[in-house]
Every structure is written in structure tokens, then in C-alpha cells.
Design a protein around this ligand. Structure first.
Ligand SMILES: [Mn+2]
Length: 356
């Protein structure tokens, strides 16, 4: 595996490449062209400029998170073929620039959902949190307003103000789209991009829905072992793979994370590892990566990844905000650096335990 950190680009991220370079064991970043809109074609020039900037710092561009999918593709709208064509062009341009991993998600309207971005924990650190009752009490149109005050002046992925301004239209677009239809639309998309993925050896890695259940009555499908296996089988090509995100699949307490990892051998192209602390089965807050700080056994998760021969990029996921840092919620430097060191330590111990 390659230890990486997510980086939003020098125009958007509070963390610098130089800082990331100094975290022991982190050799790459997962990045994106953060100012592109879903559906836009990414030019080779811009991809190359991003790559050059990252490589000049001594790191590698280990993959893209995300190339976002236009809502017309997800909803099966009338312009989907046009946007799939654009997506294919972006993939070809990435391939030409020697980029071989693309993370994306297929969540309608909202990307990941949290109801608090800065819950204060006992030790004074702040974390993102989710309370089902708070979601149930909210009008979906108010979701963005309810959290936008806590973004520390940053733009959060999937919560771009321009997209959220058109939220009523977005909801209308998904009217009549149920889980089966969403699966069909995902299949339609994947079937059309597989040949370009094969041509350039691009691994597509779908990110789970977060939380892993329906919110605001919108369908969500990347939620359970059964559904991901259905996704991998419906387009049975190794380039059609997944981002295994422990913090997202783990929102559903019925998901057995190490078992899911083992069942996806050969199809996990990217891993996000983080911990959650559950208050009830649908109310949780994010925690430090360390197993003892939350509800997951991170050792077992890393062991499962090791056992299936996982060799893709991995990154610590959301971290707590600590030591007075001001950054995009979940994406500060300090706690993610601690997470990377911890995950690297677990990996080393597992590896040496097996080979000595
Ligand atoms: Mn994730």
C-alpha cells in the first residue's frame, strides 16, 4: 500500500505539500481539480500542472478524489450521454498524464452528510457528528444553511454553494428515481466508461454513501456488502472497483468491515481508514484513528486489507480539529498526520508479524 493524504490544491487547502511531505511514511497525495464543475472536461494541461506541482514537492499524485459525476448521469436525465462523453474525455486525459486511479461517488444531491461540523469532545478537540433526529427535523433545503457557518471559510466537497443554490431543481430531477433505477443508471455509466479505463488502465473506485442509508427520502445504494457485490458483478471488470471507506460503511452497524474487505479482494483500489464513536446506532461522532478512541477495531481493518494483498493508495480520512488548527472540517493537518503514523505503525506490525 501507499500512504497518502487528501489534498485540495494550493488555492483551496490550508495544508501545504511541504507539510505533507514531512509526515513520515506519506509519499503521495490524492488530489483533484477542485474548481471544476461536475460534467466539465478536465484538460491535459491542468492535470499536468497539478501533477508537476505535486511532484516538485517530492510527492506523487497517487490518484484523483474525485472526478464528480454530473447529476444527469446519476438521475438518468436527458443529457446523460453528453456528460458521459465528457467524463470519458476526462478519463482519457488523466490516462495520458499517467494517472490511474479515480474515486467518485453516486450519491443523489448530497454528498456525505453530517449535522454538526464542530462538536466539542471531552478533550476539547472538535469533530464532525451525525444525529438522525437532527436530519429528520430538517428541511433538505436548509441542510446547507444549517452547517455552512461552521466551514471555517472553506468550501466543502459536495457542498459547493453554487450546487446547493439549485437544490430544489436537484430534488425534482431525482423524483421517481428509486434504488433499482439508480443501480440501472450506475450500470449504464460504468458500461460506457470501461473501455477507456481498460485502454489507460484506470481503476475506478466508487466511494460508499455516507451515512450508508437513505437520507431525505433519496435513494442510496452503496451501503451494504450485498449492494457492493451486486455493483462489482453487474459490470464484472476489475477496473470497476471500490474505495473502501471504513467511516462510511461503518455508519451502518450491521456492516462487518473486515468481512466486507475480504469479500472484495481484487476490487478495492483505494482505502479510507477512520474511526467513529457511536452514541446510539444512528448517532455518532468522528473520533481519532486509534481503535480505543472509537467503536471500530482499526487493527482488524488493516489486517483484512493486508490479507487480501491490498496494494493501492490508502489515506487517513477525516481527522479531529486539534491544537487550535483552523482548517476545512475533517481535513486539518495534525490529526490526519497522527492517523497516517498510526496506520503505518499497524501495517508495519502486521507485516513483520507475518514475515518473521
Ligand atoms: Mn471516505
Amino acid at each position: 500500500m501507499q500512504m497518502t493524504l487528501r489534498w485540495y490544491g494550493s488555492a483551496f487547502d490550508t495544508v501545504t505539500l511541504e507539510q505533507i511531505r514531512q509526515i513520515p511514511g506519506v509519499t503521495g497525495v490524492i488530489s483533484t481539480l477542485y474548481d471544476t464543475a461536475p460534467g466539465e472536461v478536465w484538460s491535459r494541461e491542468r492535470i499536468r500542472a497539478l501533477k508537476n506541482e505535486i511532484e516538485a514537492s517530492g510527492l506523487t499524485l497517487a490518484g484523483i478524489e474525485s472526478v464528480n459525476i454530473h447529476d444527469d448521469i446519476k438521475a438518468g436525465g436527458k443529457s446523460r450521454d453528453k456528460y458521459i462523453k465528457n467524463y470519458i474525455e476526462t478519463l482519457a486525459n488523466l490516462g495520458e498524464e499517467d494517472v490511474h486511479l479515480v474515486c467518485y461517488n453516486f450519491m443523489p444531491v448530497f454528498d456525505w452528510t453530517r449535522t454538526e461540523l464542530a462538536r466539542i469532545r471531552e478533550d476539547g478537540s472538535t469533530v464532525l457528528a451525525y444525529t438522525q433526529e437532527a436530519v429528520d427535523a430538517l428541511e433538505p433545503e436548509k441542510m446547507f444553511d444549517s452547517i455552512s457557518g461552521d466551514m471555517n471559510g472553506t468550501v466543502m466537497p459536495g457542498w459547493e454553494p453554487e450546487r446547493m443554490a439549485g437544490i430544489k431543481e436537484l430534488f425534482a430531477l431525482y423524483k421517481g428515481v428509486d434504488e433499482e433505477q439508480l443501480f440501472d443508471n450506475l450500470k449504464y455509466f460504468l458500461e460506457r466508461i470501461m473501455s477507456v479505463c481498460e485502454q489507460y488502465d484506470i481503476q475506478m473506485a466508487i466511494h460508499p454513501d455516507d451515512p450508508a442509508w437513505s437520507v431525505f427520502g433519496l435513494p442510496r445504494i452503496m451501503t451494504t456488502k450485498e449492494n457492493i457485490l451486486r455493483m462489482t458483478r453487474m459490470v464484472d471488470n476489475s477496473h470497476n472497483g471500490v474505495t473502501f471507506c471504513s467511516g462510511s460503511y461503518g455508519t451502518n452497524r450491521e456492516n462487518d468491515l473486515p468481512d466486507m474487505i475480504r469479500s472484495l479482494k481484487g476490487r478495492i483500489h483505494f482505502a479510507h481508514v477512520r474511526n467513529l464513536k457511536f452514541i446510539t446506532s444512528t448517532n455518532f461522532e468522528e473520533a481519532a484513528h486509534l481503535s480505543s478512541d472509537g467503536s471500530f477495531d482499526i487493527y482488524e481493518i488493516m489486517k483484512a486489507l493486508y490479507d487480501i494483498g491490498f496494494d493501492g493508495p490508502i489515506r487517513p480520512d477525516h481527522g479531529r480539529m486539534i491544537w487550535g488548527e483552523k482548517a476545512m472540517p475533517g481535513y486539518g493537518l495534525y490529526d490526519r498526520a497522527l492517523g497516517a503514523a498510526y496506520l503505518n505503525g499497524l501495517w508495519e506490525a502486521i507485516e513483520k508479524g507475518r514475515t518473521r
